[in-house]
Design a protein around this ligand. Structure first.
Ligand code: NAD
Ligand code: LMR
Length: 340
């Protein structure tokens, strides 16, 4: 169960496990950024990674030189936007993590980032479709509800789309849910698992407290907790006061998700992570992508698990989620159609 992986101590222990195989190239696009740097550090500490390729429009080689002195076995190479830099960074990658793009400032929604980040993600997706069409693509850049469909459309246009290998990283939402519920209940977050489904912005983030250890949370306590999980990102944006959004907790969450994919690729069974994927769950309502718990396997998605039983309160949250999600997904799809 993923609750146990939510403790950094456990993550570290696994990260240094001697039994892990070292045979995977991981590429980070946007590696010199606020998320990119700590995420690359955590990937350098992961013994399942044999090669780490770090690309950014500026600063990739510097971050790579720094990390390359850490005494773990993986090689680290930095790339810049030279004629072949991005292509070389991507070639033979098993996992491509994309935290490239601008973060929010106070007062902005994630959707306000669309105008800048849509074209960044589209262009990186084009490069990935050409140089690493079989890689698992992990999209962190916001707005995730729209950037994941953008990657899908680009891969489709190049005839290499495989829905089993495209993931919107929503791990931070379950990391937060686990921590926040543990603060309310004064418990150890390592024992708290709260499924969070839907998407990754505001009301599209739907925590299912009825499926947690504390289905009894009701009234104002429940409302405040749900609101904190849905708007946890805003808390960090406000506290950073113009200097960006969550970077360190996001790097932790991204590294956890990448580790889960690497583990599943290397034969570990029963690996389950919540993630935003091309999903059958609400397709009949016109919602093509949806985050839910997903069992991972060597191909990427092994099985998309159902949302399960929800109560009347959560049913309402889901209704609000689906309306917004549909619009966000369409925005990404339309962007690629109009700006191929
Ligand atoms: P940042 O500005 O610190 O870093 C972004 C990096 O991307 C910079 O180093 C920049 O040079 C690089 N970049 C820009 N255009 C690029 C391109 N075309 N190719 C390669 N690199 C490029 O921002 P950050 O705090 O690291 O956040 C990055 C993104 O992640 C934002 O969009 C943010 O909203 C998002 N985010 C998502 C989650 C999530 O849960 N999915 C959580 C936190 C942040
Ligand atoms: C988050 O949830 O922290 C990220 O999506 C960044 C943001 O803009 O809030």
């Amino acid at each position: 169960m993923f609750a146990a992986r939510q403790s950094f101590g456990v993550f570290q222990k696994r990260a240094f496990s001697a039994s892990a195989r070292q045979a995977s190239k991981v590429t980070v696009l946007g590696a010199a950024g606020g998320i990119g740097q700590p995420l690359s550090l955590l990937m350098k500490l992961n013994p399942r990674v044999s090669q780490l390729a770090l690309y950014d429009i500026r600063g990739g080689p510097g971050v790579a030189a720094d990390l390359s002195h850490i005494n773990t076995n993986s090689t680290v190479t930095g790339y810049e936007p030279t004629a072949s830099g991005l292509k070389e960074a991507l070639t033979d990658a098993e996992i491509v993590l994309i935290p490239a793009g601008v973060p929010r400032k106070p007062g902005m929604t994630r959707d306000d980032l669309f105008n800048t980040n849509a074209s960044i993600v589209r262009d990186l997706a084009k490069a990935a479709a050409d140089a690493s069409p079989n890689a698992k693509i992990l999209v962190i850049s916001n707005p995730v509800n729209s950037t994941v469909p953008i990657v899908a459309e680009v891969f489709k246009s190049k005839g290499v789309y495989n829905p089993k290998r495209l993931f919107g990283v929503t791990t931070l939402d379950v990391v937060r849910a686990s921590r926040f519920i543990s603060q309310v209940k004064k418990t150890d977050p390592a024992n708290e698992e709260v499924p969070v489904v839907g998407g990754h912005s505001g009301v599209t983030i739907v925590p299912l407290l009825s499926q947690s250890n504390h289905a009894d949370i009701e009234g104002e306590t429940r409302d405040a907790l749900v609101n904190r999980i849905q708007f946890g990102g805003d808390e960090v944006v406000k506290a950073k006061d113009g200097a960006g959004s969550a970077t360190l907790s996001m790097a932790f969450a991204g590294a956890r998700f990448a580790e889960s994919l690497l583990k599943a690729a290397q034969g570990v069974k029963g690996v389950i992570e919540p993630t935003f994927v091309d999903s059958p769950l609400y397709k009949d309502q016109g919602v093509e992508f949806f985050a839910s718990r997903v069992e991972l396997g060597p191909e990427g998605v092994k099985e998309i698990l159902p949302v399960g039983q929800v109560n009347a309160y959560e049913e309402k949250l889901l209704e609000a989620c689906l309306g917004d999600l549909k619009k966000n997904i369409k925005k990404g799809v339309d962007f690629v159609a109009q700006n191929p």
